[in-house]
Ligand binder design. Sequence first.
Ligand code: SAM
Length: 169
Amino acid sequence: MALTWSRFAAAPATRDSAPRQLRAIVGQFREVLTRVLPKKGIALEIGSGTGEHVICFATALPGLVWLPSDPDSASRASIKAWSATEGLANVRAPIAIDVREGVWGVEDDAPFDAMISLNMVHITPWEAALGLLAGAGRLLRPDGILFLYGPSCWAAHIRRRSMPPSTQT
Ligand SMILES: C[S@@+](CC[C@H](N)C(=O)[O-])C[C@H]1O[C@@H](n2cnc3c(N)ncnc32)[C@H](O)[C@@H]1O
């Protein structure tokens, strides 16, 4: 598997675009997540990356216990470092989850009240998207929330917009 984010250091890492992105989207995320996610319970984050997002979400939703994960060891080290820096009681130690696996190692914590994955599906092979959905089916409560974010677009919409106006219906 090619992991594209292995350059993270053991210290709290920040992606080059993270501060700009965070400023732009965290306010909106906070509003949306506090509206759609349960106020308490346990939330599993997939592909947490540096860990900056989970820190923001754990601050915004202190009643939820957050379980970050990433298959990349350097990312997990960064998540740990961010957690230590912020000292949030509701962020658990990160674990290694590759969504393409049939067992994620968090089965004892299931069912989850929410699962969240930001900017993961669009950079990974299609099998990762399928694995994520299969894992959500196995490990989310029946009324649990799966929250996905990323630069995605429906193929039909792309086709329509790229066709000359005369051919659009
Ligand atoms: C673009 S980064 C996004 C990180 C973070 N969620 C963010 O929005 O800044 C994608 C993350 O997905 C993780 N990833 C890649 N393949 C994965 C897989 N098969 N299962 C779970 N996570 C994966 C990478 O290690 C990386 O941290």
